[in-house]
Design a protein around this ligand. Structure first.
Ligand SMILES: [Ca+2]
Length: 107
C-alpha cells in the first residue's frame, strides 16, 4: 500500500516517471538531453510530433536547464510539468471544466 494519500499520488507518479527516464544513462538523478528527448517523444508524443520546428525540443531543454549544466534535475523538470499544468489551467478557463462522467444507470 502506498504511503501517499490519494490526492498526492500525482507526486509519486511524477517521481516515478522522472526516475524511469533519468536512470537510463549517466547520472540517475538527472535527465540528459537524450533522456529528455526520449521522455518527450514517449510521454508527450502527441505534443512532440505536432511541432513543425524540429529544434523546439532543443530550445525547451535549454530553457528548462536553468543552471546550464546540460542536465535536467528534478526541480528543472518540474518547471516543464508546471508549464504544462499552467497551459491546462488556462485551457480549462477558456473551455470550462470537464463535465463529470455520468454513472451508468443501474437496472
Ligand atoms: Ca540543469
Amino acid at each position: 500500500m502506498s504511503r501517499w494519500s490519494k490526492d498526492f499520488r500525482c507526486i509519486e507518479s511524477l517521481l516515478a516517471v522522472f526516475q524511469r527516464y533519468a536512470g537510463r544513462d549517466g547520472d540517475s538523478a538527472t535527465l540528459s538531453k537524450r533522456e529528455f528527448l526520449t521522455f518527450m517523444n514517449t510521454e508527450l508524443a502527441s505534443f512532440s510530433k505536432n511541432q513543425k520546428d524540429p529544434a523546439v525540443l532543443d530550445r525547451m531543454m535549454k530553457q528548462l536547464d536553468t543552471n546550464c549544466d546540460g542536465q535536467l534535475d528534478f526541480a528543472e523538470f518540474l518547471n516543464l510539468i508546471g508549464g504544462m499544468a499552467q497551459a491546462c489551467h488556462v485551457s480549462l478557463a477558456v473551455q470550462g471544466p470537464p463535465k463529470p462522467q455520468q454513472n451508468p444507470k443501474k437496472p
